[in-house]
Ligand binder design. Structure first.
Ligand code: FES
Ligand code: FES
Length: 161
């Protein structure tokens, strides 16, 4: 098995990592960097539990090879924390009761953050569309959607100050 040295910025830190040719980004995050917030639900691109931001776009990290990430900027759920403060979308989804077993939550948070970055005031339909790749077996989605709407309102208040 060939190994490759890659450099990538992960949650704001430049990392240099040796990765085998067949290692996925998900495996690299969890096994090489101990960033276990990103979950492995299906390893087949179906559930969205492994969603991370790759150069600002949400991707299923189980479907991306680590070697493809040379020079990339990656944000995982751990990277949503800023100065020990939860991202507003984390606060809002917790407050709305959108977390039950929590397995889908890291992927839901990343997809929601990506949505709010490109559209600060999404409609319910736009939220549902953004989360279509994030399967949740527990919540029924309503509370998650409430949480994203609440996060959008918090963002609007913060920006209006
Ligand atoms: S673990 Fe990647 S989509 Fe399910
Ligand atoms: S909270 Fe359990 S899968 Fe979503």
């Amino acid at each position: 098995m060939a190994f490759h040295k890659i450099s990538a910025t992960i949650n704001g830190e430049l990392e240099e990592i040796m990765v085998p040719s067949n290692m996925t980004l998900l495996q690299m995050l969890r096994e090489s960097l101990a960033l276990t917030g990103t979950k492995n639900g299906c390893a087949a691109g179906e559930c969205g539990a492994c969603t991370v931001l790759l150069n600002g776009e949400p991707v299923n990290s189980c479907m991306v090879l680590a070697v493809e990430c040379e020079g990339a900027e990656i944000i995982t759920v751990e990277g949503l924390l800023q100065d020990e403060q939860l991202d507003p979308v984390q606060e809002a989804i917790i407050q709305s009761g959108g977390v039950q077993c929590g397995f889908c939550t890291p992927g839901v948070l990343i997809s929601s953050r990506a949505l709010l970055n490109r559209n600060p005031n999404p409609s319910e339909e736009e939220i549902r569309e953004a989360l279509v790749g994030n399967l949740c077996r527990c919540t029924g989605y309503t509370r998650i959607i409430d949480g994203v709407q609440k996060a959008a309102r918090i963002n609007a208040v913060v920006q209006a100050r």
